[in-house]
Design a protein around this ligand. Structure first.
Ligand code: HEC
Ligand code: HEC
Length: 455
C-alpha cells in the first residue's frame, strides 16, 4: 500500500500533529435514515425497526428476476462470474432457495428476533439505514451495516476485509454477541437442524444432513443472486448519453478529474462496484479517538486472543473497531483504514461511512472537499479539493445515477429527502479548509488556544 516515502511523511506528520477531536463536527443523532419505523403500516413492522420478514419476502419476490441460476447472470462478464463462484458451491436452485430461507431466519439469533434481513433489510437498500446496527436485546454495534446488494463482487468482506468470502462472512453474525448472540456454532445449528423442512432442504441442496459449513454455503449462494447493476449510469457508459442528466455528466468528469474519486473508486464493467478493493484512512475515524493509544490496547488484547472471533467482537463491540484494517494486519500503516466501499446503489443506503456518521451524500462530498479529518495516518490521496458548491451538487447527482432502476422510486424520494436535510445542515462543510485558506496545523493551534484540545 504505502512506500517508504509515504511512511516517512506519515511519521513526519505524526510528530507535528496533535489530534483534535471536534465534537462540533458530529451530526445530530438520528436513529433511522430514509424512513422511520412509524412510516410503515402496522402489519409490516418487524423486530428492531426492520420491515417484517414476511413483507420483505414479498418485496423480494418482485425484485428478483426469474431465470436459470446456474448460468452467468445477464450483465455480468462470464469470465468474472467464473471467478466469483467457489468450486465447492456451484449455483443451483436448491442452494439458493435454502440460502434465502436462512437469510430470513430469526432462529439464527439466540432470542429469535434477529435475522440477516433485520440489518440487511430488503426495503432499506439491504441495509438497516441506521447509524450503527441493533442486535439481540437492543444492543448496538459500532459499525454501519453495509448493503448485501452486489457484495458478491468484493475481494474481501466486512469493512476491514477480515474475511475473504461470502461463505466465511455469513458464519459470524449468528455467534457475535451483539448480533445473533448464540453461544457457539453448535447452538446455531441446533436451532434449525431438527426442523424437517431444513433437513429436506439441506439434503436437496448438498446431499447431506445440515451442517454449519453448508449453512454458510447456502447463504453465499443466495447472496450471489443479489446483483443490482442496472442503473442509468450503466446505460450512459454503454453509450446512451442522455440516460443521465447534464449535471451528472459534469459529475462524472469531476469524479475522474478534480475530485480524484477514481483513484480509489475505480468503476468499470469488469469492476462494477467502484472500488479498488484496498484499504485507506480517509479521515473518518480520526475525530473519534486517539489512534496510538487505541492501537497499543488492541495489540495487547490481540496478544491474549488473536482468533477470528476475537477480532470480530473487537470490531463490533469496542471502540477499537475504529482502528479498522489494523485489527486484521497489525500493520501501523493500516491504522484507521477501511475498505473502499462500493458506490453502487449508494443513493438508498444512507447513512454513510463505516460508522454511519454522514447522513447525506452532500456530507460525504463536504468531507472529501476539506481533505478529511487530519490524522497521522491519513491516506496520501486525501487532500483539500477546492470543489465549488456547484461541483459538489454535480458529484452528488452522479452518485444518485448509480442506483438500480428497480429502486428508482426509493432513490428519487431519498434524493429529495437528502436535499432537504442538506439545505438545513451541512455539518462537514468547511470552505476555508477546502480552499486551503487555512492549513490543518493552524486550525489545531487555534483550537488548542481556545481550549478545545483532546480529552
Ligand atoms: C445486527 C445486525 C446484523 C446482522 C444480524 C447481520 N449483519 Fe451483516 N453486517 C452488519 C454490520 C454492522 C456489518 C459491517 C461489520 C464490519 O464491517 O465489521 C455487516 C457486514 C456484512 C457483510 C459484508 C459487506 C461488505 O461490504 O463487506 C455481508 C455480506 C453481510 N453482513 C451479510 C450478512 C448475513 C448473510 C447475515 C446473516 C447470517 C448478516 N449479515 C447478519 C450487520 C448485521
Ligand atoms: C484514498 C481513497 C479514496 C478516495 C480518493 C475517495 N474515496 Fe470514497 N471511500 C474510500 C474509503 C476507504 C471509504 C470507506 C470509508 C469508511 O467507511 O470510513 C469511502 C467511502 C465512500 C462513500 C460512502 C459509501 C458508503 O456506503 O458508506 C462514498 C459515497 C464515497 N466514498 C464517494 C467518493 C467520492 C465521490 C470521491 C471523490 C470526491 C471519493 N469517494 C474519493 C476511499 C476513497
Amino acid at each position: 500500500m504505502s512506500g517508504g516515502i509515504r511512511r516517512e511523511q506519515r511519521y513526519g506528520r505524526l510528530l507535528l500533529t496533535v489530534v483534535v477531536i471536534s465534537l462540533a463536527a458530529l451530526p445530530a443523532a438520528r436513529a433511522f435514515g430514509p424512513y422511520e419505523e412509524g412510516d410503515l403500516p402496522e402489519e409490516q413492522r418487524g423486530e428492531h425497526g426492520a420491515m417484517s420478514l414476511d413483507a420483505q419476502q414479498a418485496l423480494l419476490d418482485r425484485l428478483l428476476p426469474e431465470g436459470d441460476v446456474t448460468a452467468p447472470p445477464p450483465g455480468v462478464d462470464p469470465w468474472l462470474w467464473e471467478q466469483l463462484v467457489p468450486a465447492d458451491n456451484a449455483m443451483t436452485p436448491e442452494r439458493v432457495a435454502l440460502g434465502r430461507k436462512l437469510y430470513f431466519e430469526p432462529r439464527l439469533s439466540a432470542d429469535g428476533t434477529v435475522a440477516c434481513a433485520t440489518c440487511h433489510d430488503v426495503s432499506r437498500g439491504f441495509t438497516d439505514q441506521r447509524k450503527t446496527s441493533e442486535g439481540i436485546g437492543g444492543q448496538m454495534g459500532t459499525r454501519n451495516s453495509p448493503t448485501t446488494l452486489n457484495a458478491l463482487f468484493y475481494d474481501t468482506l466486512f469493512l476491514d476485509g477480515r474475511v475473504e468470502s461470502l461463505e466465511e462472512q455469513s458464519g459470524f453474525p449468528p455467534i457475535n454477541p451483539v448480533e445473533g448472540g448464540h453461544s457457539d456454532r453448535d447452538a446455531v445449528l441446533a436451532a434449525i437442524a431438527q426442523d424437517p423442512e431444513y433437513q429436506r432442504m439441506f439434503q436437496a441442496a448438498y446431499g447431506r444432513a445440515p451442517s454449519y459449513a453448508d449453512m454458510e454455503r447456502a447463504i453465499g449462494a443466495f447472496e450471489r443472486r443479489l446483483i443490482f447493476l442496472d442503473s442509468p449510469f450503466d446505460r450512459f457508459l454503454a453509450g446512451e448519453r442522455d440516460a443521465i442528466s447534464a449535471k451528472a455528466r459534469e459529475g462524472w468528469v469531476l469524479f475522474n478529474g478534480k475530485g480524484r474519486c477514481m483513484s480509489c473508486h475505480m468503476l468499470s464493467p469488469r469492476n462494477p462496484l467502484g472500488t479498488d478493493h484496498q484499504f485507506h484512512n480517509v479521515g473518518v475515524a480520526a475525530r473519534h479517538r486517539r489512534f496510538e493509544a487505541l492501537a497499543e490496547r488492541a495489540l495487547a488484547a490481540l496478544a491474549r486472543d488473536g482468533g477470528e472471533e476475537a477480532v470480530d467482537r473487537m470490531a463490533l463491540q469496542t471502540e477499537m473497531g475504529e482502528l479498522g484494517r489494523f485489527l486484521v494486519t497489525k500493520d501501523r500503516a493500516d491504522i484507521g483504514a477501511f475498505k473502499t466501499q462500493g458506490i453502487r446503489n449508494v443513493g438508498i443506503t444512507a447513512p454513510y461511512m463505516h460508522d454511519g456518521s454522514m447522513r447525506t451524500l452532500w456530507d460525504v462530498m463536504d468531507h472529501y472537499n476539506k481533505g478529511g479529518e487530519p490524522n497521522p495516518f491519513l491516506d496520501g490521496g486525501i487532500e483539500p479539493l477546492a470543489l465549488t458548491e456547484d461541483e459538489i451538487d454535480a458529484l452528488v447527482e452522479l452518485m444518485f445515477t448509480l442506483t438500480d432502476r428497480r429502486f428508482a422510486e426509493q432513490n428519487e424520494r431519498e434524493r429529495e429527502a437528502q436535499r432537504a436535510i442538506a439545505a438545513r445542515e451541512r455539518p462537514f462543510r468547511d470552505e476555508a479548509m477546502a480552499e486551503r485558506r487555512v492549513l490543518p496545523f493552524e486550525r489545531r493551534v487555534t483550537e488548542q488556544e481556545s481550549g478545545r484540545s483532546e480529552r
